[in-house]
Design a protein around this ligand. Structure first.
Ligand code: PHE
Length: 450
């Protein structure tokens, strides 16, 4: 949404706000990234670390970002600078907004590549190409897509163009209405898939894999991956929720709203796990196969179901839609920034930002084929972008945000704003001042030492 320079707009209702926040939070992170990270990090250890990070770090930082956004009422950089100034602190806190914008910019480049995969799979599933196929040929189809720089570029371009179109025209609000219908539908199909798995086997094994605590696998790397994913999946640590908070009315209860968003986001990720892993196990596939996980496992199931073509097409359509409600929120801060700080108008800002992001995305997708030999500190460009953002930029930006709210802002007014009784207030203080920041710092230090 565009910042209205004279009169700052507000969400029409707190329901509209929840919807926009859920639209940003629920996306490829839940359905594509969460399952494959679980697979790569050995299952339940990751799930447990992730749940801890969501509750003790993600939740308070989400609240903190909305709180700052609602105070500042501007783009993330000016918001942090202004709120800091009004608390008698340095305006250089604006840097927190800047690293956030940079994070969103970098994430969108590879996010759009995966959005492109999902778009491509709509056409593949719809044309019935998986019907009756065994797991080897489904996997071969995926590998062939990855090997083709041309195919990947075409679909990445379509996804990026769709995102740019929506942001450029400024109809972000319009897609809220659509999200109201389509997001629940996505949830419904996920649950149908889970039901299919209960009947077709592998379910018990998947539940054990996801939820049986095995602390021996809980390494510093797994912790960092889980922490980074908590930020990614909640869209925090990059100014998006700060920007969303700036449109919030006074009457909205931040804690309750954050609880709704966090629960919905987590339930969808776990449901995706239960939709995917039983198929992996019952077909003897490798859970640690990386980013291709859902593009191989789900088509196998769709290929063997009666109504698989229809259900599968709908499923990839809905994932693409969920991805677009997130990608729009990723592009918005950069565009808003260019619009406010340069002489560009909205259209121009959108074209410039999305072209640069698109180029970076092309470099990322080439790491699956033509440039697969090229690495940055042992990672291909795609992985490097993913790791740099999830494991460093987002957690550090979020850490700065929670330190700001916990230590730099006037605490009395925050208590009033959150509407907390004294007991709950104390709990909030412990979490915001100590638990969340220390958790982030400890994870960093142990990873650096490891
Ligand atoms: N949270 C989104 C997802 O899980 C991705 C995203 C990250 C969107 C950061 C906006 C900002 O897919």
């Amino acid at each position: 949404m565009a910042i209205n320079k004279q009169e700052h707009a507000q969400w029409s209702s707190s329901f509209g706000f929840v919807l926009a926040a859920v639209g940003s939070a629920v996306g490829l992170g839940n359905i594509w990234k969460f399952p494959y990270m679980v697979g790569e990090s050995g299952g339940s250890a990751f799930v447990i670390a992730y749940l801890f990070c969501i509750a003790l770090v993600g939740f308070p930082i989400l609240v903190a970002e909305w709180l700052v956004g609602r105070r500042g009422q501007k783009n993330p950089i000016n918001t942090f600078a202004d709120v800091a100034a009004s608390e008698g602190k340095s305006r250089s806190w604006g840097i927190v907004g800047a690293t956030g914008i940079l994070g969103g910019f970098l994430i969108l480049s590879f996010y759009s590549v995966i959005g492109g995969w999902a778009l491509n799979y709509i056409t593949k599933v719809a044309s019935g190409s998986f019907a009756g196929q065994d797991s080897d040929s489904v996997a071969a189809t995926f590998d062939a897509m990855l090997a083709s720089a041309g195919t990947l570029t075409v679909w990445h371009t379509v996804f990026m163009a769709l995102t740019a179109l929506i942001v450029g025209i400024g109809v972000t609000k319009g897609i809220e209405g659509t999200a109201k219908i389509l997001m629940p539908l996505l949830g419904l199909i996920l649950f149908i898939m889970v039901g299919y798995n209960v009947i077709n086997g592998g379910f018990g094994e998947a539940v054990a894999y996801l939820f049986t605590p095995d602390l021996s696998k809980l390494t510093a790397d797994v912790m960092l991956a889980a922490l980074g994913h908590a930020f990614f999946t909640l869209s925090i640590g990059m100014g998006i929720m700060v920007a969303y908070g700036s449109y919030l009315g006074r009457e909205v209860n931040l804690l309750k709203t954050a609880r709704t968003v966090v629960i919905l986001d987590t339930v969808i990720a776990l449901a995706a796990g239960l939709a995917i892993f039983p198929i992996i196990f019952s077909h003897g596939l490798d859970p640690a196969s990386g980013p291709g996980l859902i593009f191989v496992s789900l088509p196998i199931a769709f290929g063997s179901m009666g109504a698989g073509t229809i259900l599968g097409t709908l499923f990839f359509l809905l994932i693409t839609f969920a991805a677009i409600t997130s990608s729009v929120s990723l592009l918005e801060p950069t565009v808003e920034f260019l619009e406010e700080r340069t002489s560009m108008n909205r259209m121009m800002a959108t074209v410039v930002a999305s072209t640069v992001i698109w180029l970076l995305g092309v470099a990322a997708l080439l790491s699956f084929n033509l440039w697969s030999e090229f690495t940055i500190m042992g990672n291909g460009i795609f992985d490097a972008l993913d790791k740099l953002t999830s494991k460093f930029l987002l957690p550090l930006t979020g850490l700065a945000g929670i330190i700001f709210v916990g230590w730099k802002m006037d605490q009395r007014t925050i208590q009033q704003e959150l509407g907390l009784s004294n007991g709950m207030w104390q709990l909030w203080q412990i979490v915001a001042k100590f638990v969340a920041p220390i958790a982030v710092i400890v994870v960093f230090i142990t990873t650096l030492m490891g």
